[in-house]
Design a protein around this ligand. Sequence first.
Ligand code: HEC
Length: 160
Amino acid sequence: MSSIFLKSAKIQLKSKTPYFAADSIRCMNRYKISLSIAALFLIIVSAGFDHSLSGPLKDRESLKNGLKLFKVKCAVCHGDKGEGNIGPNLTDNFWIHGPKFEDISKIISIGNVGKGMIGFEGKLTHFEIREVASYVYLLRTTSPPDQKKPEGKEYRPDSH
Ligand code: HEC
């Protein structure tokens, strides 16, 4: 009697094995999918904290918007052409916070309130900050009249 029971239990086990396997594969797949979703989420969140958001924009439309934003939000302190006023000259090779695109985006985002530079995070969208930073990045290559005297450290023009 008990051997018959055992046999049937074995058969049952055998026949169930493929289901178990399929189940664990399905479970693994679900695990992998949730891992990928978590990774994707992390990438999106960290992109939100990345001040540069992957480099200067170069298309006409973005630079035009950057110029518009600059005139409205920045020119009062940095001059209409970036030549400097209350804020530093943005067209020379001297930088207080660094010459790289990431440095420029960062100071625009977080500011340096103690020194009179407001942070624009929350006031402009991340994309607008990238647009205006791309415009400032372009201003470095211009040489407007009446430039304010240099402030900060000098960088070689090809170092950024
Ligand atoms: C209320 C005046 C004011 C406004 C408005 C302002 N800035 Fe500034 N900005 C400053 C001052 C002052 C500094 C110097 C801060 C320091 O010494 O750390 C500065 C610094 C900077 C720097 C760093 C320069 C360097 O030498 O490293 C950048 C880039 C910059 N501003 C861009 C902008 C942009 C773009 C806007 C508009 C979206 C803007 N600023 C709006 C006053 C201003």
